[in-house]
Design a protein around this ligand. Sequence first.
Ligand SMILES: *Cc1c(COP(=O)(O)O)cnc(C)c1O
Length: 224
Amino acid sequence: MTGVTERWNAVRAEVASEAERRGRNPDDITIVVVTKFHPVSVIEELLDAGATDFGESRHQDAAPKTEALAGRELTWHFVGQVQSNKARAIARYTTFIHSLDRDSVVEALRTADSQVGGFIEVNLTDDPGRGGVNDADEMLRLAELIASTDTIDLRGIMAVAPQHDDAGRAFERIATLSEALRQAHPNATDISAGMSADWRDALAHGATHLRIGTSITGNRPVQG
Ligand SMILES: *Cc1c(COP(=O)(O)O)cnc(C)c1O
């Protein structure tokens, strides 16, 4: 039976070889291990195995985990939907928020006590009700608002590819939007895209941050 450490080692090695195959430096790719619904012990095992970046998607789960691991050296990424009234609390423990998708969250973060790195989430589905900005205009408008804060350092864009769609086309769209963002905000070069099922495609289209859960952690426990 393989465990978390073996799977982490396997995924890390495969990401490095895929990066090299694409002419990318593996050091430029961040693997964010998404540990939502898993206990702190899984994160501790991954830390011992050399993982450094972890992602959580719900504030009520993330807050106690980050507190339990406060003495360890690691970087937190918040990847789930942010409620405006929780945004400042989230900013206290996370280094990055991948899911900035509307004005109210940015306005709440404007008065945060600590700086965060931010990604604008783009919605690649046809359903405008899903999280994320819906087009380049909305993205650039939100980017301007982010740039007007002292508390958010705009890093780039984030997306979840539609599951039953052609992932390649979705990632091409991310790459195009990323280019448009970079023209207006030259430092916002990062692309957070790719999960367990589609990270190879995302990497091929320029992803810098792969958010990988189940391939490393195993199946998520049933959530309570
Ligand atoms: C859960 C989650 C992931 C990881 O998904 P896997 O399919 O388990 O790799 C990545 N990104 C976000 C936003 C998530 O919520």
